[in-house]
Design a protein around this ligand. Structure first.
Ligand code: SAH
Ligand code: SF4
Ligand code: F3S
Length: 446
């Protein structure tokens, strides 16, 4: 019988992508990757340390796995990703039954490490690695939904004062365009018609190789058979008008932009070391509004509430930015102090428990208004016919299928037997909701 591996993923798209790559490495080593199992032969946890919560979840999860490992000592446990990088040896000291601890750059050697643990040796690899290996392009299994991620820049050099990512993902390193293009061609050949390029601050792509992001977009968009090209994430400080031009000129570049504002108060933005003012942020929005892409564009953002020294006036500025920017969606969280960061050096590593109720109230106020604005924006799509890339069954309603428009909006609809994950269908939008759209199938395209 084939050995079963469960891969659990926390964190961002980069981790999702890394998990897919590790999943395919495990499959090449004879494991079957399954969504869940009561008796797995391997559990791989790909961890995130961007906030305290996911880190705490890891501890709970490992405590539970300890019991399973007592019953089944042959079960292997791998902790990968950003918490692995951050904690290294401490993790094995605290949870000695863990077999492998690997940071994001060590994941490429997974097969080598499997051999070692089969010999009974535990492994810790938290070295940073400047090379991009072949594994970058591996994507899990034959059953996919036509969408793939491709990392184009590793690491981050932006050092926002609250953020642990530069410490757990290392220095910024770009791949070269020629290789990325070969990868994307290979993916298209395998049936992936939609590709998202990944980098923590992707507009800085190429600085270390004398290449640039606009050229990357131009080159990749030319790959034959690539229907959808998108990218994540754009830092406002490095965003340039040339990117707007790409949106206007490249037909397969999806009209979606994730442009994390983090806050709307100049005082807080400065303390966060974001490198732009609210005015500069709103200038980008104004440029987008006056461009040809605006009508189709889905604009999303990340927000941190409760950064140290945030007062009522700062929060008012944030709410004002929300009104002016008109986001389709916001990912908003309360600030969480992270080890090694400048903010912890300046303001300490304790959560501001006394002000927690105030921050929660601000968060709910922000999210409530965001929801209203998102619904208002989505209502403009009612009656419109859009092409949707089918992903699978809807989580909300298992009788329905779900997919995404080219702008990244989720659409739920009743399918039929001709419609399968990975196909494109034309859908008439019937009803708008704040975070998704409901629609009806018009005809099957491919
Ligand atoms: N590179 C991306 C963000 C990666 S982290 C960018 O710059 O946009 C994803 C999001 O987590 C960030 O945008 C930020 O909103 C949030 N985040 C990061 N550190 C945080 C912290 N210490 N507390 C709360 N949220 C945080
Ligand atoms: Fe973190 Fe800032 Fe880098 Fe994004 S750009 S990963 S928020 S340091
Ligand atoms: Fe989390 Fe690491 Fe991504 S800290 S957000 S998984 S880069």
């Amino acid at each position: 019988m084939m050995k079963k591996a469960v891969v659990l993923t926390f964190g961002c798209q980069m981790n999702e992508h890394d998990s897919q790559r590790m999943g395919s490495l495990l499959e090449s080593a004879g494991y079957k990757v399954v969504p869940c199992s009561t008796t797995p032969d391997m559990v791989l946890i790909n961890t995130c340390s961007v906030r305290g919560k996911p880190e705490q979840k890891l501890s709970q999860l490992l405590s539970n796995l300890k019991k399973d490992k007592n019953q089944n000592p042959n079960m292997k446990i791998i902790v990968a990703g950003c918490v692995a990088q951050q904690k290294g040896e401490d993790l094995i000291n605290k949870f000695p039954f863990v077999d492998v601890v690997i940071g994001p750059d060590g994941e490429e050697k997974l097969l080598e490490y499997l051999n070692q643990i089969n010999k009974g040796v535990s492994v810790i690899d938290i070295n940073f690695n400047n090379e991009f290996s072949y594994a970058e392009t591996l994507v899990m299994g034959p059953s996919h939904n036509s969408h793939a991620y491709v990392t184009v820049v590793k690491g981050c050099d932006s050092f926002c004062s609250y953020c642990i990512v530069p410490y757990v993902r290392g220095r910024e390193r770009s791949r070269i365009i020629k290789e990325i293009k070969e990868d994307v061609k290979g993916l298209v050949k395998k049936g992936f018609s939609s590709v998202t390029l990944l980098g923590q601050n992707i507009a800085r792509f190429g600085r270390d190789n004398n290449e640039d992001f606009q050229s990357l977009l131009n080159e990749i968009s030319q790959v034959d058979g690539l229907k959808r090209l998108s990218f994540l994430t754009s830092h406002p400080k490095d965003f340039s008008k040339k990117i707007i031009k790409c949106f206007e000129e490249l037909p397969n570049l999806c009209p979606m932009l994730h442009l994390p504002a983090q806050h709307g108060s100049n005082k807080i933005l400065k303390a966060m070391n974001r490198g732009y003012t609210r005015e500069q942020y709103l200038d980008i929005i104004a440029e987008l509004r006056s461009s040809k892409v605006w009508d189709k564009l889905s604009l999303t953002t990340d927000i941190i509430i409760g950064f140290p020294t945030e007062n009522d006036d700062d929060f008012k500025d944030l709410m004002d930015l929300l009104e002016r920017a008109y986001f389709d969606n916001s990912y908003s969280f309360i600030y969480s102090p992270r080890p090694k960061t400048k903010a912890v050096e300046l303001f300490g590593d304790k959560e501001d428990k006394a002000n927690r109720p105030l921050f929660t109230k601000r968060l709910l106020t922000y999210q409530g208004r965001q929801k209203e604005l998102a619904l208002e924006k989505n209502k403009r799509l009612e009656g419109v016919i859009l092409e949707v890339l089918v992903e699978g069954f809807s989580q909300k309603d298992h009788n329905k299928l779900t997919g995404r428009t080219s702008s990244g909006k989720v659409v739920n609809f009743v399918g039929d037997k001709n419609i399968f994950p990975g196909s494109y269908v034309m859908i008439k939008i019937i009803k708008a909701h704040p975070t998704y759209l409901s629609g009806e199938v018009l005809n099957v395209k491919s």
